[in-house]
Design a protein around this ligand. Sequence first.
Ligand code: AMP
Ligand code: ZN
Length: 133
Amino acid sequence: MDCLFCRIVAGEIPSKQVYADDSAIAFLDINPWHVGHTLVIPRRHVDDLLSDPEALTEITPAINATARLLVDRLAADGLNTMSSAGVAAGQEVFHFHVHLVPRFAHRPGLKELFRHEPEVDLDRVYRQILSRS
Ligand code: AMP
Ligand code: ZN
């Protein structure tokens, strides 16, 4: 198995998992654009949305639950969702994934979406998302 995200699903590579159900898992992006940037992926291998359109339906409950969790726990002001299909679209990991990117009022707008937040403490963000309050 040489797919990075299949190995994350199998637990062979560690991830900061924030949500899981029978069809999907969600974990923090290792190189976040904004605090709480998370990837939602199907458990089964799917290259991208174009190669298997049903995959989006399968992970929709996970997308909705994770979006709610992120916005509530991180007190986000908004959220972007996006998925890239193919090299031309900028896809780098070829296991279908949807980016969930919490957005905050101090850095508004689409032009700010891809500018990495400097110095995100992934451990602290992970604790904040998983904390019960
Ligand atoms: P894409 O360009 O849409 O294929 O996005 C791939 C994403 O996977 C990027 O945002 C990477 O930062 C993220 N990524 C790569 N390796 C890991 C990993 N081991 N754990 C979490 N996220 C990862
Ligand atoms: Zn895979």
